[in-house]
Unconditional design. Structure first.
Length: 530
């Protein structure tokens, strides 16, 4: 902006002061970014009064300076000066008494604190408060009027008028910035709601939450923290300063799971870095207490009550969304379990009863049969029906077992693991309450023996088929593994088989490995259940 001498008249018929003030208002009204607007206000005030240096101090809740926008001092010199002013001395005088202040020599004022090292000398001073919507937002500070002159009444009137216009411009910029923040948070909340649809794992959901929160809030690092019986634990994290979250969590551990909104920010030094941390509760009705912890390198996002409210609203929405996803998953699991119960009832009430009746009918026909080959074939059919009934009962028990971890499930997983190695899928049969009657200690030994047996079949048997039969009775559990391979070689050396034998003997049981008929081998491992 071209500088104008105060009091002259330009070509448009306006006094120079009015024209310069109008140009200043137009210049600072052409942007909606708050920081750029504040910079334009300082530049315009300097141009309007001929001041060499200018600054705009933003007042925080403690009546200190939250931010300080400077004009006229080079960045290198600013770095040599050091920390920004805290709002004491002459600057604090305008904060405490928000009225225009004009001094011919600020160094002679009794409230003057002096200047830090490397600070340029300043004498003449003009300070004017800026009000936004009836509240003092900050103060304009101008020093060193051109030519060494003092600031005049016209300068003060012009800056007061500029500050009045600046209040409206700042208010518009703040409202626009807040509306943009709300739009970003609403869009992020909508995208997150689409991403957290069931079925989704908790780990994947937490990763998506931290990534979205960091992207919108511009935090240095974000994590989801779960409070348990012991110290809080990080469940998922995102950001460039994730390593700082662990030490930061130590300082705010008491807040996780207990803090109530609106959450306050905590200033801390983590690994030598000045950071602000905020903990936001993620209130959930279906899970333990979770919280979002975020690290910022500036206090602006966490000191602004409206921004904190937007963050808390996001956290509340995440809690509701996760509850909904969990509820949908639980409902689907309930439907699945209900179907399993129905299938189990149908198998028990219809299939087994029909098979049992067919077996009885065959046994009745056996009494009427005269040829030995008929009798043998009927006996074979009855035996097959009995085996089928046992298999169906094992399937019914597996369907009715609602525990995620079960011995039968572990056996099926282990057999599936060896399917690619064997080249075929062994047949698995269970009989009796294998999931409830077999203690955990016995289950671990049994699975180790089964792994060794399948490994031997894969390495030595050259089999084309195998079967695994597990039976639990009132007194013992028995594991039988059969294969149709080459059988037992002469002069074999026991290694893994020795371990299986020792496991059985340690539990008071027995182990046997023998040839099967017509070919192959049969491994029998049984231990008492007392």
């Amino acid at each position: 902006m071209a500088s104008r001498r105060i009091g002259t008249v330009d070509g448009n018929g306006l006094p120079g002061t009015s024209r310069a003030l109008l140009d200043a208002v137009v210049a600072m009204s052409t942007d909606l970014d708050l920081h750029r607007v504040l910079s334009r206000i300082v530049e315009s005030a300097c141009e309007l009064t001929g001041a060499r240096y200018g600054a705009l101090g933003i007042i925080d809740a403690t009546e200190g300076l939250q931010d300080f926008i400077i004009h006229g001092i080079e960045p290198t010199l600013r770095e040599r000066i050091g920390d920004l002013p805290h709002g004491r001395g002459i600057l604090g005088l305008v904060i405490r008494d928000p009225r225009p202040l004009r001094l011919d020599d600020l160094t002679k004022h009794p409230q003057s604190y002096g200047f830090p090292a490397n600070h340029p000398p300043m004498r003449t001073f003009l300070g004017v408060p800026i009000e936004v919507q009836g509240t003092v937002f900050g103060n304009l500070y101008l020093t060193e009027k051109a030519g060494g002159h003092s600031f005049t009444d016209e300068d003060e009137e012009a800056v007061v008028a500029l500050a009045g216009a600046a209040g409206y411009v700042i208010g518009n910029a703040r409202d626009f910035g807040l509306s943009e923040q709300r739009r970003r948070w609403l869009e992020a909340t909508g995208r997150l709601g689409e991403a957290l649809q069931a079925p989704i794992s908790t780990e994947a959901a937490f990763r998506e939450v931290t990534r979205t929160f960091r992207a919108v809030s511009a935090a240095r690092a974000v994590a989801i923290v779960r409070s348990g019986d012991e110290s809080p634990q990080l469940e998922a994290a995102d950001g460039s300063e994730v390593p700082l979250l662990e030490p930061a969590l130590v300082q705010v551990a008491a807040s996780v799971g207990t803090v109530e909104p609106p959450a306050d920010a905590v200033r801390m030094v983590v690994d030598g870095l000045d950071r602000w941390a905020i903990v936001l509760p993620m209130r959930s009705a279906l899970e333990d207490s979770d919280g979002l912890i975020a690290l910022f390198d500036s206090e602006e996002p966490v000191r602004d009550a409206q921004q904190r409210q937007l963050m808390q609203t996001f956290a509340d929405h995440v809690g509701l969304t996760l509850d909904r996803a969990r509820a949908v998953a639980d409902r689907e699991e309930l439907v699945l379990l209900s179907d399993r119960d129905r299938i189990a009832r149908d198998l028990h009430d219809l299939v087994i009863q029909r098979l049992f009746a067919t077996g009885l009918h065959l046994q009745g026909l056996r009494m009427l049969a005269e040829r030995p080959d008929f009798v043998e074939r009927i006996d074979k059919a009855v035996d097959d029906i009995d085996a089928t009934i046992r298999d169906i009962r094992g399937t019914i028990f597996g369907l009715q077992n609602r525990s995620d971890a079960s011995l039968r499930g572990d056996i099926l997983k282990l057999v599936k693991e060896y399917t690619s190695v064997l080249g075929f899928a062994p047949v698995v049969r269970t009989e009796g309450p294998v999931d409830t009657a077999v203690p955990q200690a016995v289950q671990g030994e049994l699975l180790a023996v089964l792994r060794e047996a399948l490994s031997n079949v894969a390495k030595h048997a050259r089999a084309s088929a195998a079967s695994v039969h597990l039976a639990a009775t009132a007194g013992e559990v028995e594991l039988v593994v059969r294969d149709d391979g080459v059988g037992l070689p002469a002069g074999r050396v026991e290694s893994g088989v020795r371990n299986a034998r020792r496991r059985a003997e340690a539990l008071g049981g027995a182990f046997e490995l023998a040839p099967d008929s017509p070919r192959g081998a049969i491994l029998t491992w049984r231990v008492p259940l007392s």
